[in-house]
Ligand binder design. Structure first.
Ligand code: S3P
Length: 212
C-alpha cells in the first residue's frame, strides 16, 4: 500500500493528517496481535512518514531478539529498555510508531505518548487476537499452554491504559488496507477538531471516534 494506491478520499485525509500532526508521531497501542506493526507500516507509507517498530528498535539496541531478552534478562529489563526506546522514538517525530502490547504499562511512556504523539488503540476481541498471534510463536508471554487465558487476563489488566488513547479503532477480521482506509478519516476528523495542535484542549472522551 502506497500513497498512490489509496482512494482519492483517503489521500485527501492523509494529506490533512500529515499537515495537522506537526512534529507529533502517530502511536499505535493495543494487544499482541491487534495489527499494530502491519497497520502501522501501511499507515506510514500512505502518510509518507517513517515507520518505527518499538520491539525491533529494542532488539537492535539489545543486540538480541525480544524472546532472548526475556529469557536472559527478564521482563523488567525488557520494560526498562522499552521505556527508553519509545521515549527516544517520540523525540524524532513525526513518524508512525508501533509499540509493543505492554508499553502502556509504564506511566512514563503513557505521559510521553500523550505529550509527543497522537495515539490510536487498535481494539480487537480475544478471538481475533488469538487467531493472529498463533501465526508466530516468538512472543515470550504466550509460550504457555493457555494463550487464550493469558490474552484475556492481559487485556483486562491493560484495557484501562489502552483506553487513554486519543482514538479507538475497533479492529475486525479485514485486510489491513481496509483498516488504514478507515483509520485515516478518524484521524483527520480528530486532528481537525480537538487534536489540531499541541496547545489544543484535551479531547472530550465522549467525542472520541469509534469505528469498525
Ligand atoms: C508484549 C508484546 C510484544 C513484545 C513482548 C511483550 C506484551 O509486542 O513487546 O513480547 O507484553 O504484550 P507485540 O504487541 O508487538 O506483539
Amino acid at each position: 500500500m502506497t500513497a498512490e494506491s489509496i482512494s482519492p478520499a483517503a489521500k485527501g485525509n492523509a494529506q490533512a493528517v500529515r499537515g495537522a500532526l506537526g512534529g507529533r508521531s502517530l502511536v499505535l497501542v493495543g494487544m499482541m496481535g491487534s495489527g499494530k506493526s502491519s497497520i502501522g507500516r501501511r499507515l506510514a507509507a500512505v502518510l509518507e512518514l517513517p515507520f518505527s517498530d518499538a520491539d525491533l528498535a529494542i532488539e537492535q539496541a539489545a543486540g538480541m531478539p525480544v524472546e532472548d531478552i526475556f529469557a536472559i534478562h527478564g521482563e523488567p529489563y525488557f520494560r526498562d529498555g522499552e521505556e527508553r526506546v519509545i521515549k527516544r522514538l517520540l523525540q524524532t517525530g513525526p513518524q508512525v510508531i508501533a509499540t509493543g502490547g505492554g508499553a502502556v504499562l509504564s506511566a512514563k511512556t503513557r505521559a510521553e505518548i500523550a505529550k509527543n504523539g497522537v495515539s490510536i488503540w487498535l481494539k480487537a476481541p480475544v478471538d481475533l487476537l488469538l487467531q493472529r498471534v498463533s501465526r508466530r510463536d516468538n512472543r515470550p508471554l504466550l509460550k504457555t499452554a493457555d494463550p487464550r487465558g493469558v490474552l484475556t487476563r492481559l487485556l483486562s489488566e491493560r484495557e484501562a491504559f489502552y483506553a487513554e488513547a486519543d482514538l479507538v479503532y475497533e479492529s475486525r477480521d479485514c485486510p489491513h488496507e481496509t483498516a488504514v482506509e478507515e483509520i485515516l478519516p478518524l484521524l483527520s476528523s480528530y486532528l481537525g477538531n480537538a487534536g489540531a495542535g499541541k496547545d489544543a484542549p484535551a479531547p472530550n472522551l465522549d467525542e472520541r471516534k469509534h469505528a469498525g
